[in-house]
Design a protein around this ligand. Structure first.
Ligand SMILES: *[C@@H]1O[C@H](CO)[C@@H](O)[C@H](O)[C@H]1NC(C)=O
Ligand SMILES: *[C@@H]1O[C@H](CO)[C@@H](O)[C@H](O)[C@H]1NC(C)=O
Ligand SMILES: *[C@@H]1O[C@H](CO)[C@@H](O)[C@H](O)[C@H]1NC(C)=O
Length: 157
């Protein structure tokens, strides 16, 4: 019984410690530093307007692929989407040389790409960064349940 408990305990430790390793914490920590956006820059939302935002979710269209500079997929560190988006915008602003990243997109339930031997497809929060400003034409309606609660901003300085 003791042995089983120890086995169970170590299994639990393995399971719980396996979660952070699969997170993109490393990528996030190693990702662009969040730099506050100066007051003389504006952040404008390019997402298409929708009469029913609660039922329509927008994903970046293939047209954005050529402008994509960085992505982070992770389990959200907060339930506050506004706080997550602020970090995403600030990481974009802090990416590379000033002006290299000018648009950031954050959504929940984004299918993750294959990574580190994982086949991908699991739904995670994603912060995607672009080196050109995005327009409403850069978005497509997402499959139900994916790309939920999306935020996007063009950083214009
Ligand atoms: C914006 O403000 C920053 C300091 O916060 C300054 O370094 C920069 O020159 C300003 N840019 C413009 C275009 O005024
Ligand atoms: C934007 O990033 C892509 C790589 O995703 C690169 O091929 C392209 O040259 C970059 N464009 C500009 C204007 O820097
Ligand atoms: C969410 O975060 C934003 C910005 O970080 C903050 O202003 C707001 O009060 C937070 N909302 C809640 C409900 O905590």
């Amino acid at each position: 019984m003791v042995a089983i408990n120890i086995l169970l305990a170590s299994l639990l430790i393995t399971l719980t410690s396996a979660v952070p390793t699969r997170l993109n914490l490393n990528r996030r920590a190693g990702g662009p530093a969040a730099v506050p956006i100066p007051a003389n820059c504006t952040v404008k939302n390019p997402l298409p307007t929708s009469t029913s935002p609660s039922t329509v979710a927008y994903a970046p269209a293939p047209s954005t692929t050529s402008a994509y500079v960085y992505s982070a997929y992770y389990y959200p560190f907060s339930t506050n989407q506004t706080a997550l988006f602020t970090q995403c915008l600030e990481q974009c602003y802090g990416y590379g040389n000033k002006g290299e990243c000018v648009a950031a997109y954050l959504a929940s339930n984004v299918p993750a790409p294959p990574l580190f031997g994982s086949p991908g497809g699991q739904l995670e929060t994603a912060c995607l960064m672009y080196n050109r400003t995005l327009t409403p034409a850069d978005f497509v309606v997402a499959s139900p349940g994916t790309y939920t609660d999306a935020r996007c901003g063009n950083i214009v300085c």
